[in-house]
Every structure is written in structure tokens, then in C-alpha cells.
Write a protein that binds this ligand. Structure first.
Ligand SMILES: Cc1cc2nc3c(=O)[nH]c(=O)nc-3n(C[C@H](O)[C@H](O)[C@H](O)COP(=O)(O)OP(=O)(O)OC[C@H]3O[C@@H](n4cnc5c(N)ncnc54)[C@H](O)[C@@H]3O)c2cc1C
Length: 471
């Protein structure tokens, strides 16, 4: 193939990784991106030594396919791993409490009552659910009880996914935990069987970024020679014609007729583009809700903070009534994210827990967050560095019967050959899942390209046979 047969719309990690996996298989790809830069939500900024991440700060991986991608892209030497001995904290009764990550520590943790600890240890005896669908709160409440839900799972769901466990679908947000219950009857039994008996790496994951931050991943993937990138290029219109897709952009005279069109934009943009083609698919995608988030980066002199900052940061439970959902200690996680003798702390405000706080102006954000930090980590004085990033549609919320919505989207897509929706509202929001889903989409496309080539070769063979027979 010389001219690209695949056009990807959107150069976020979903679109770029799909393009990269295709390019790795020798398939040329063109990518159109509306913004002047690549990476979508992901962007690393350097403000005189304070290195901030606009969205994803780290990649938490347990998938071998991601290791393969990192190695093949030549990023292994640039990986910066989060220190294994860093603690994880959660705010409990107005103070930071360490999250127990091992059984021995669980017994001593102040987070849960003796009853809850006993319940965690006897989870293996609980029957499997017969419910076809449960929210995260229902699933965790049933297996681990309300104390674990409120002090650990709700902070995790709000702090890392900007979501609300009362509305979020358990199978969509916690696929590994719900899968263990379905397969082995209990989460603990599943972990035990996988780890001890099958010796799989279940639950062991590695968290990392790169020397130049997450932007390095974007830059590296986008430099593949078979990927042709166009920024400032918005797909305006698309339609199905003569067995392929006609795409029209606003940037000059960009028209393409291609076999495979990959839409990797947020759901609302995809819904607008799809509406004239298929209103049914458009509404299935367009009805997906998003949560807004503000990201506040604050830089301080190390001496201004009493806490040892010996962790990755902390999450906050709803009942603690704090101004933010989570606080990452970026300069503890990765070295060189702040100038020498300084620290960089990043807070996430809003989400589904408090969408109204997305409207807070900078002064309100800074005063509320610093006042909470004073109580929690012994902060004194004012920040010497401040930067705010805002995302009106930060993360899709996998609410309601999300699995049924996904199945309906997949069924509708089956009616439109060559159309692919690869974005974080399908198959997971994390960078890990985006790269993995990009690989799956690329496999589908390359299989269909191979079968077309095989069909063409077969017909060539037939022509050759007929010609020989006539001679
Ligand atoms: C604050 C925050 C923190 C996060 N932290 C983490 C983390 O630590 N770890 C982790 O794994 N994940 C994290 N995530 C999640 C992860 O960053 C996102 O899910 C992921 O980056 C989304 O990628 P995407 O490509 O699906 O979408 P996007 O990044 O939104 O990309 C979509 C692209 O499509 C373009 N576009 C839209 N319409 C058009 C059009 N018509 N024509 C051309 N281009 C168009 C947009 O300009 C954009 O560039 C975080 C997210 C946020 C918001």
C-alpha cells in the first residue's frame, strides 16, 4: 500500500496508538488532529523546572502488550518507575492513613474495624452474585462491606476515575475484581489461585512515566515513519460511499476516500460526526456522560511542608468533605519534576463527586486546596509556583448498564464496514487500556486488509489459471 488506506481522527493516545500499531505492521496511516499539538488530553509542560502533566501522570501496567509497545518504540531506557517502597495514603478522620497493601499491614490498619477485617479475611466464604448488573457500590458493599467502600473504593473511584461508585457499572470499572468473583466465586480465592497456584502476575503491576514525562510517549509514537500527521485539521463531515468512507476536513482541501476510518475523538464529537450517517449509533455514543476536572499544580519549597512526603500522594473520601479528590506528590513519585529543594503537588478538583467545583476560579481553587493541605501535611506559607489545567470533559463515566451500551455500539458498528470507534469511552480510560485497545483495533484492520489482499491474490491466480488454460 502506498497511499494510506486508514485515516485516524484524533491524535490523543487512543488514535496515536492505533496508528502506531498499524504502522508497526507496515500499514501506512494518516492522522488528522484538530488541535495544533498532539496527545489530546496528555501533555507535559515544563515551567522553569516544574514539570506538570495536564492529564495522565503515570502508566500503571500489567499487560505484556504494553511492555512490547514500550520496547519496540525504543522507550525502555527512558522509563521512570514509581518507587516500590512509596506509601499510598487516604484521608481518614481528618488525617493521612496508610493504605494497607499487604495482609500483615491490614491487621494493624486503623482504617477498618475488627469486624470489617474479619469480613475481608472470610470473603472467600461468600456466595457468588446472581445479579446480571451491579453498581460499584453494590458489588463492593456486598463483598467487602460499607467501611471498605467508603474509605477505600469510593476515594479510588472518585480520585482516579472522577466517577461515582453509586452510578458506575462494576463490570466496566472493576473488570478484574468482578471477573475473579465470576470465575472463582470470590476475589480472595481468585487472587490466591492465580498467584500461588497458576503463578500468574495477577495484581502485580508496574507504575511508570518517562524521563520527559508522558509527552515523551506521545512524541515517540507519533514519529513512526509510516504515520502521516496533520494538525489543525478537523474532520467536518463523513459519509459511506462505494464501499469506503469519504472524509472531509476543514484544513484546506482535505478530502479522502479510505477503506478504514478510525474515530478517536471524545464521544460528543464522534456523535456529531456520526449523526448524518447513523443517528442510532450517534445517540448511543452521544448519551455517554463525562465528568469535568480541574488540575491544580502547586510548587513549594521543601521546608514549607512538615510531612515526609514518603508516598505517591493521597486520596480523599467523600465523607471527609475536602476541596479535592486526590493529591499526587509528583516530585516524590518521579525525580526531577521540581527544581532542586522544591516539591510539586498536583490536586484534582471536581469530577462526578463535585462537578460544580469545575466553575471555581483560580483564587478559589488555590485558597481551598492550600487550606486543606495545611491541615493534612503541615503546609506553611504560599506556593511559589501555580498552574491550572481545566478539562470540561475530563473522563467518560461508565454509568448505568454500560455493558449493554457497549454491546449495542459494537452491534451497530457491525453494519458499517471499515468504521472503528477507538476512544476512552470504549474499553477503559487508562493509558494502558488505550494502547491495548489501539492494538486490538489495528489487528482487526490488518486482518481485513490481509483478507482483501488474499482475495485479490486469489482472483489474480484465477485469471492466471484461465489465461494458461486458454494458451
Ligand atoms: C486529569 C486527568 C488525569 C488522568 N490521569 C491518568 C493517569 O495518571 N493514568 C492513566 O492511565 N490515565 C489517566 N487519565 C486518563 C487518560 O489520560 C485519558 O483517558 C486519555 O488520555 C484519553 O485519550 P483519548 O485519545 O481517548 O482522548 P483525547 O485525549 O481526548 O483525544 C481526542 C483527540 O481528538 C481530537 N479531535 C476531536 N474532534 C476532532 C475532529 N473532528 N477532527 C480531528 N480531531 C478531533 C481532540 O483535539 C483530541 O486531541 C487522566 C485523565 C485526566 C483528564
Amino acid at each position: 500500500m502506498s497511499q494510506a488506506e486508514v485515516l485516524v481522527i484524533g491524535a490523543g493516545i487512543s488514535g496515536l496508538s492505533t496508528a502506531w500499531w498499524l504502522a508497526q505492521q507496515g500499514i501506512p496511516v494518516e492522522v488528522w488532529e484538530k488541535a495544533p499539538w498532539l496527545g489530546g488530553k496528555i501533555r507535559t509542560n515544563n515551567h522553569s523546572g516544574y514539570i506538570t502533566e495536564q492529564a495522565a501522570s503515570l502508566l500503571v501496567n500489567f499487560r505484556p502488550e504494553i511492555d512490547r509497545c514500550i520496547a519496540a518504540a525504543g522507550l525502555t531506557a527512558s522509563k521512570q518507575s514509581r518507587g516500590r517502597d512509596l506509601s499510598r495514603y487516604v484521608v481518614h478522620q481528618g488525617r493521612l492513613a496508610e493504605m494497607p497493601m499487604q495482609l500483615g499491614r491490614l491487621a494493624l490498619s486503623p482504617l477498618w474495624s475488627r469486624q470489617t477485617k474479619l469480613r475481608l479475611l472470610t470473603e472467600v466464604l461468600m456466595p457468588r452474585s446472581r445479579q446480571p448488573r451491579e453498581s460499584v457500590s453494590q458489588f463492593i458493599g456486598r463483598r467487602w462491606g460499607s467501611e471498605v467502600l467508603e474509605s477505600a473504593i469510593e476515594p479510588f473511584i472518585a480520585g482516579t476515575l472522577a466517577s461515582d461508585p453509586d452510578h458506575a457499572d462494576a463490570r466496566s470499572l472493576l473488570p478484574r475484581l468482578t471477573g475473579l468473583e465470576q470465575r472463582y466465586g470470590s476475589i480472595a480465592a481468585g487472587i490466591f489461585i492465580n498467584r500461588i497456584i497458576k503463578r500468574r502476575r495477577v495484581n502485580t503491576s508496574e507504575a511508570f512515566s518517562f524521563n520527559q514525562g508522558m509527552g515523551e510517549l506521545i512524541n515517540t509514537l507519533s514519529r513512526h515513519p509510516l504515520i502521516k500527521l496533520k494538525t489543525h485539521c478537523t474532520l467536518d463531515e463523513m459519509h459511506f460511499q462505494n464501499g469506503g468512507w469519504h472524509a472531509q476536513a476543514n484544513c484546506g482541501t482535505h478530502n479522502r476516500h479510505i477503506r478504514h476510518l478510525v474515530i478517536s475523538t471524545p464521544a460528543s464529537h464522534a456523535a456529531d460526526l456520526l449523526f448524518p450517517v447513523t443517528p442510532t449509533l450517534s445517540s448511543l455514543v452521544g448519551d455517554i456522560q463525562y465528568a469535568p476536572l480541574s488540575v491544580l499544580h502547586l510548587g513549594f519549597d521543601r521546608a514549607q511542608i512538615r510531612h515526609p512526603l514518603n508516598g505517591s500522594g493521597f486520596l480523599t473520601a467523600r465523607r471527609e468533605r475536602l476541596s479535592f479528590n486526590g493529591n499526587l506528590w509528583m516530585s516524590s513519585l518521579f525525580s526531577a519534576r521540581a527544581p532542586s529543594g522544591k516539591v510539586l503537588l498536583t490536586s484534582y478538583i471536581g469530577g462526578a463527586r463535585h462537578p460544580e467545583r469545575f466553575g471555581w476560579h483560580d483564587d478559589q481553587l488555590i485558597s481551598s486546596v492550600t487550606s486543606d493541605l495545611k491541615r493534612l501535611i503541615g503546609l506553611r506559607g504560599s506556593p511559589e509556583f501555580i498552574h491550572v489545567d481545566r478539562h470540561s470533559q475530563a473522563l467518560p463515566l461508565y454509568y448505568g448498564d454500560y455493558q449493554r451500551r457497549l454491546a449495542a455500539i459494537t452491534e451497530q458498528l457491525g453494519q458499517w464496514p471499515g468504521l472503528h470507534l477507538v476512544a476512552n469511552y470504549r474499553g477503559g480510560v487508562s493509558v494502558r487500556e488505550r494502547i491495548y485497545q489501539g492494538m486490538r483495533a489495528a489487528q482487526l484492520i490488518s486482518q481485513s486488509t490481509e483478507s482483501r489482499t488474499a482475495a485479490a491474490c486469489n482472483s489474480d491466480d484465477r485469471v492466471a489459471t484461465l489465461t494458461t488454460a486458454h494458451v
